[in-house]
Write a protein that binds this ligand. Sequence first.
Ligand SMILES: O=C(O)C(=O)C[C@]1(C(=O)O)C=C[C@@H](O)C=C1
Length: 299
Amino acid sequence: MSSTLERQALTLGGLPVGEGRPAIIATRVSLRGRQTHEATSALLRVSPAAGPDGRSAGLTPGVTLVEPATAADLPAIAAHADAVVVGAAWTRDIPLVRAAAGTGLPVVVERRPGASLEEWLGLADYCAVEGDGRVILCEGGRPDLGLVRAARTASGRPVLVDVTGDPELAAAAVAAGADGLVAGPEGRALAEEAVTVAGGLLRPESPATLPECRAAIDRVDAALAALLERRVELAGTVQRIKPVGGFAGRDMDRERALVARMAKRAPSLGEPGLAPIMNAVIEAGLHLAERRTAPLTAP
Ligand SMILES: O=C(O)C(=O)C[C@]1(C(=O)O)C=C[C@@H](O)C=C1
């Protein structure tokens, strides 16, 4: 098992993986099940319309991971993909694993269903030795998010979670510490939302530059906005339930108590800092509730 505990970040097609914000991987292409090598070439063909960077026209823009069917696919993958995938279905095909690791690309090592942490990390170490050391782990299928955490801690290698089969798991994967999500084109919007909102809420960041700081603030604000939206809806429901709702039924003891509770989670602001913020939030909710219940006036 790996004993490398230092965090190892790397880049996939220019996208940093393993530091800060979780990366979103657009596409995992599998060449398994294709009938002929010609089909493989067609998929990975560089068309005359491809950009100056020579990206393959057959692949979705963005970072692309490609799983070979056979060793014959590897030259085309090495030419056009951002990383080669050692697929969960054939992690015990050592000659193919070795050839994939030798392409010179970063290697994405998937966990065989049922494989132990030791087996998974052992295969990753093998790929690192057979390749140039750039190895990323990937948990997919019905992902075991506890194992994702354990793999990150024990190996120091970045860990992706493939949520293509269940994009609703994206937020849970971000919460579990995934360094990236493989989402597929259909799951991309959910993955972006998870990285922004769940990331803003649960993943502390240490940005160093002004743009990085602002991007991190944008994620925190996204989480705040989602919570404010939920809060005004709940406060609106309370106004309908209370015998006297709205500004007329204002309960200052309740407001002071909630500010005091919040101050335990926001000690830097404390009660003096939080009180005016929560007063504004509460009043915005009350105004909205009154607007929503106001009878329509004739034009
Ligand atoms: O808890 C209530 O009684 C509410 O009406 C909700 C709420 C709030 O938004 O949290 C709003 C007004 C009250 O003064 C106290 C709290």
